[in-house]
Design a protein around this ligand. Structure first.
Ligand code: TMP
Length: 216
């Protein structure tokens, strides 16, 4: 049996990645693939507890380093409890955010030096890196606008209160990652219509990643 694949969806808050993940899942399922969807933080029972801590707007005292370690703890649980077994069963795993979010948000956004965690990342996360990462790019100004609209509808989470400059640095982080690994990254303009973005994702998956998808 061929092992499965991990495809991650990345981008700034409000970039539309969850919508696109869902549409990609439906399309891959129609093509006959066994698809499993999940997310970070919160893809396991322990991860759901961690997500609550991370996103609670009352947790203003949460230190940047603690935040970083919580994201990593969530990821390591997720890799072992969910991603490895799903891939071993031959599934295509679609994951809403993965380690690139930590590099972009905690590394570039918060300005933390991730080098001190290199050995954990090298041993516990890098071996399970995604085969494909779909990055939906939107401007930090659009993020601010979309979060403002979201705020009118639902309660803000802790990260919804970040400044425009934070999202500018995070955006720079994603762009740096995408250009350093062009063979893994598929970067798509997330400000286009939903169906246009979906079509671009499908076309790219069919063409560029045919090799992976053929290995059912
Ligand atoms: P979500 O809204 O896409 O589910 O993500 C929750 C928030 O967590 C979002 O603001 C991005 C942030 N985040 C990080 O800062 N670092 C990480 O490693 C991950 C996975 C998410």
């Amino acid at each position: 049996m061929h092992s499965g694949k991990l495809i991650t969806f990345e981008g700034l808050d409000g970039c539309g990645k969850s919508t696109q993940l869902d549409k990609t899942k439906k399309w891959l399922t129609r093509q006959g693939y066994d698809v499993f969807t999940t997310r970070e933080p919160g893809g396991t029972k322990i991860g759901q507890q961690i997500r609550k801590i991370l996103l609670n707007p009352e947790h203003k005292e949460l230190q940047a380093e603690s935040e970083l370690l919580l994201y990593l703890a969530d990821r390591i649980q997720h890799i072992h409890e969910v991603i490895i077994p799903a891939k071993a069963a031959g599934k295509i795993v679609l994951c809403d955010r993965f380690h690139d979010s930590t590099v972009a948000y905690q590394g570039f956004g918060r300005g933390l030096d991730l080098k001190s965690l290199e050995s954990i990342v090298t041993h516990s996360i890098k071996p399970f890196a995604p085969e494909i990462t779909i990055l939906l790019t939107i401007s930090p100004e659009t993020v601010a606008l979309r979060l403002e609209q979201r705020r009118e509808q639902i309660t803000k989470d802790r990260l919804d209160s970040e400044s425009l400059n934070f999202f500018k640095r995070t955006s720079q982080g994603f762009q740096t990652l995408a250009s350093s690994e062009p063979e893994r990254y598929l970067s798509i303009d997330g400000e286009q219509e939903i169906d246009v973005i979906h079509q671009e994702i499908i076309t790219a998956l069919q063409k560029r990643f045919q090799f992976y998808l053929q290995q059912k």
